[in-house]
Design a protein around this ligand. Structure first.
Ligand SMILES: O=C[C@H](O)COP(=O)(O)O
Length: 464
């Protein structure tokens, strides 16, 4: 099953009951993607938890911002996991950097808390992240791996854990991590989970990003394959965006028309960033079909190789050993990314398989008048699919797609096609006894050579 997008709103230590009421009312009124597309959890301060829980729409849930490390008792000022469960709070945020730094919570203490909260039936948003000094020293992965290791050492079932990568330097500063920076750490964290927990945990655990996320930067971040959502601070508290003043320039005598268009709060835009993943459904696809004329086509997907800028991949494994890797900043030439197996991708991403007949329907039987362009490899046809059902749609409706159809006889064109995308020939699987199989990410966000006017996903059946 794919990873459902997750958006958390951490209200931290702010708010009055009036403000809380207003935020809840906005959330209740908002039109957002359904629960099967995005999971929304807001985290008010303790005192507001019951009121928010009881007044919030049922498809959104609440989280506490902390809980005690063990069973309740004589621990003045603390709130236990049992108490949260008792009053019906399903989630808790643990290990936030503000608690790590201001209250000296160690990795081990956070790990103990996560384990205890899970044992009591809470779901946990577990935060990890490096300081600016640590990033600049090149130890980002070492830091977040050690934090994650302290959790992994105490937790075997990750089903109720969401890992939140929150670089400390990005929290509340307006200095959001670039999408590439976020993707890089998320991808490395996933690899760490793969090596130190299990492939299944790595494929299914949601890794969300936090730190200066707002309505303007959320979509680009959400488009990264290993960014499964957000933990939002400041922007989750904004009640509404400033209205755009659309005052008409002309005032009629005695009558002034003034139109104000109120936008919904930024947090709603961030929740809606989940839609980006739905678009990616059409961008990352698996093909496995044959063309009736006898030419066999098959193509598969390989994981995106993110740029590596600043993450040191030498870090602690769960077995206590250092993982091998460069101690200096790494480049893609020194540490190749690990391609995911098709099975992992199928589990971890939003994927949709298209049959040849579906593509035929979407392009109206590869109609000659829908040709967008032609190269050595063959023609690119324009088509339409419904953005929700992903089935063929009426021309001019839904999402525009481009389907590249390889000429049967065009082996030269096929090589050109590979070359134009800078595909690494090393990644070609030549194990097939019938000749090479090309495993390719066959849907491109911005493929070279695509028609300039075309802005949709790119679909491209390849030949074995
Ligand atoms: O838990 C949320 C994070 O600390 C992010 O806060 P921020 O969105 O205000 O930067």
């Amino acid at each position: 099953m794919g990873r459902k997008f997750f958006v958390g709103g951490n209200w931290k230590c702010t708010g009055t009951s009036e403000e809380v009421k207003k935020i809840v009312s906005n959330l209740n009124d908002a039109q957002v993607p359904s629960f099967d597309v995005v999971e929304v959890v807001v985290s008010p301060p303790y005192v507001f938890l019951p009121v928010v829980k009881n007044s919030l729409r049922p498809d959104f849930h609440v989280a506490a911002q902390n809980c005690w490390v063990k069973k309740g008792g004589a621990f003045t000022g603390e709130v236990s996991a049992e108490m949260l469960v008792n009053v019906g709070i399903p989630w808790v945020i643990l290990g936030h950097s503000e608690r790590r730094s201001l209250l000296n919570e160690s990795n081990e203490f956070v790990g103990d808390k996560v384990a205890y909260a899970l044992s009591q039936g809470l779901k946990v948003i577990a935060c990890v992240g490096e300081t600016l000094e640590q990033r600049e020293a090149g130890s980002t992965m070492e830091v977040v791996a050690a934090q994650t290791k302290a959790i992994a050492a105490r937790v075997s079932n990750w089903a109720d854990v969401v890992l939140a990568y929150e670089p400390v330097w990005a929290i509340g500063t307006g200095k959001v991590a670039s999408p590439a920076q976020a993707q890089e750490v998320h991808s490395e964290l996933r690899k760490w989970l793969h090596a130190n927990t299990s492939p299944e945990v790595a494929a299914t655990t949601r890794i969300i990003y936090g730190g200066s996320v707002n309505g303007a930067n959320c979509k680009e971040l959400a488009a990264k394959p290993d960014v499964d959502g957000f933990l939002v601070g400041g922007a989750s508290l904004k009640v509404e965006k400033l209205p755009i003043d659309l005052s008409l320039p002309v005032d009629f005598p005695g009558f002034s028309l003034r139109l104000c268009h109120h936008h919904q709060p930024e947090f709603i835009d961030i929740i809606k960033a989940a839609e980006v993943k739905k678009i990616l459904v059409t961008k990352f696809m698996v093909f496995d079909f044959c063309v009736s004329m006898g030419s066999c086509f098959s193509a598969r997907i390989k994981a995106e190789s993110p740029p590596r800028n600043g993450v040191n991949t030498k870090y602690a494994g769960n077995n206590g050993n250092e993982k091998s890797g460069s101690s200096s900043r790494v480049s893609s030439s020194t540490v190749p990314s690990t391609p995911r197996t098709q099975g992992e991708i199928l589990q971890s991403s939003n994927l949709k398989s298209f049959s040849f007949s579906e593509l035929k329907a979407a392009t109206r039987n590869f109609r000659p008048d829908s040709v967008l362009g032609e190269g050595g490899f063959g023609c690119v046809f324009k088509g339409w699919i419904d953005e929700h059902s992903l089935t063929a749609a009426k021309p001019g409706t839904g999402t525009v797609i481009a389907v590249k159809k390889l000429h049967q006889e065009s082996s030269q064109g096929h090589q050109e096609w590979l070359g134009s995308r800078g595909e690494n020939p090393q990644r070609v699987d030549r194990s097939s006894s019938n000749g090479p199989k090309y495993h390719r990410k066959n849907v491109k966000e911005a493929p070279n050579g695509k028609p300039a006017s075309y802005a949709g996903p790119y679909i491209s059946p390849l030949r074995t």
